[in-house]
Design a protein around this ligand. Structure first.
Ligand SMILES: NC(=O)c1ccc[n+]([C@@H]2O[C@H](COP(=O)([O-])OP(=O)(O)OC[C@H]3O[C@@H](n4cnc5c(N)ncnc54)[C@H](OP(=O)(O)O)[C@@H]3O)[C@@H](O)[C@H]2O)c1
Length: 359
């Protein structure tokens, strides 16, 4: 039997924990015997057992001699929050392991495979490797670069505007594209808007789907704390306000403003440095807090600044087939060329999503 169908099932299982495993990757595992799936598992959340262990537990007995473990990510070989999966595989007596993606952590990459092979286990690598690796694009970036993946998201008209002309409908894209945004909001551990967008739109910044409402960490990027004292904003008053973090510069922070946020139950990060250091300081702090990625829902001025300064790693550009953006508002790219690597185009109703790596 080809290793692809069980690996595809393992990928499906991994996706079952979409957005719930941070800062860990999503991983799925399937055990086959005689080519038939006999046990399945996935990693549900950080601190919970890994997918391989869950599949072995689901099997509930020693695997048969011809059993094959299919796992979307190379088994770990070091003690983290849980013991190494390589040990569990060897202890169970599995003789064949099929792997999707190599562990992206440079300190561990390939070591799990080496240890398994050294113990006489047959290892097949790279089955649906690209898909398995892409599933964890946030984790991969964070673990290799040491910073969160900063993804710029825009919803634009054909003339490059993010703000509709007066009198035009408020939503630029249709319901299918907006549902897709909610899917990504469910994946990213954090989301960000500027104070200008906060004050203009009063957004909720939650993921709303069939499973209900979920709040990632919600950043307000507000270098001079202009949002202080603004009553009635959803991010400062709703049930998830404990997940809101206002990020500004320590130098621009007035004690009265900081006291106001504290009284509202909103966390503040007052970062050191000057305006020009702000994004770096914020990204570094995010990395140390284990935030693997941030979805930045930028207005036109911030979007074009991110592109000009090369500060965004990834782009989600939803483009609606209509003109009629606000003539007073700048475009989101303002003449900056932004070729995409590993670019993908997907249609959602009448709208197109262009996404890929920047720079
Ligand atoms: N269609 C869409 O996808 C979309 C998404 C979001 C918002 N919008 C719309 O966009 C409009 C708001 O757009 P906007 O252009 O006024 O605001 P914006 O682009 O969201 O934010 C501009 C602010 O970003 C900060 N900023 C600029 N460059 C920066 C840099 N290099 N590093 C850190 N911070 C930087 C500045 O604030 P400080 O100097 O105070 O830090 C600046 O005032 C609203 O009407 C909203 O509805 C549309």
């Amino acid at each position: 039997m080809s290793a692809e169908p069980p690996m595809r099932r393992a990928l499906e299982l991994a996706r079952g924990a979409w957005g719930r495993t941070h800062p860990n990757p999503m991983v799925g595992a399937v055990i086959t015997e005689g080519g038939v799936i006999v046990a399945e598992g996935f990693h549900a959340a950080a601190g919970q057992p890994h997918a391989e262990v869950m599949a072995l537990r689901a099997l509930g007995r020693p695997p048969k001699p011809d059993a094959v473990l299919h796992v979307t990510l190379e088994p770990c070989c070091t003690h983290g929050r849980t013991p190494p999966c390589v040990d569990a595989i060897l202890r169970a007596g599995l003789r064949t392991v099929v792997i999707g993606a190599t562990d992206p952590n440079p300190a561990h990459a390939g070591k799990g495979v080496q240890l398994l092979r050294a113990a006489g286990v047959a290892v097949v690598e790279g089955v649906l490797g690209e898909e398995c690796a892409e599933l964890n694009f946030l984790f991969n970036h964070w673990i290799t670069v040491g910073r969160p993946l900063l993804a710029l998201k825009v919803a634009a008209t054909l003339d490059g505007k993010l703000v509709p002309a007066p009198g035009e409908p408020r939503d630029i894209t249709g319901p299918e594209a907006r549902a897709d945004v909610h899917r990504w909001r469910r994946l990213f551990p954090a989301i960000a808007v500027t104070a200008d967008t906060l004050l203009a739109d009063n957004p909720r910044l939650t993921a709303r789907d069939a499973e209900g409402e979920h709040a990632p960490v919600r950043f307000v990027l507000d270098r001079r704390f202009r949002s202080a004292g603004r009553a009635g904003l959803r991010l400062f008053t709703d049930a998830f306000r404990g997940r809101t973090i206002v990020v500004g510069l320590a130098g621009g922070a007035r004690a009265a403003d900081l006291a106001w946020y504290e009284a509202e139950g909103v966390t503040v990060w007052a970062l050191p440095g000057e305006e020009a250091d702000f994004l770096d300081a914020w990204a570094e702090r995010c990395a140390t807090e284990g935030l693997t990625g941030v979805l930045i829902e930028a207005g036109p001025r911030f979007a074009s600044a991110l592109l000009r300064e090369g500060s965004a790693d990834y782009l989600f550009a939803y483009v609606a087939p209509r003109l009629g953006g606000d003539p007073e508002s700048p475009t989101w790219f303002e003449g900056v060329d932004c070729p995409l690597r590993a670019g993908k185009t997907t249609l959602f109703g009448q709208d197109a999503l262009f996404r890929g790596y920047l720079g």
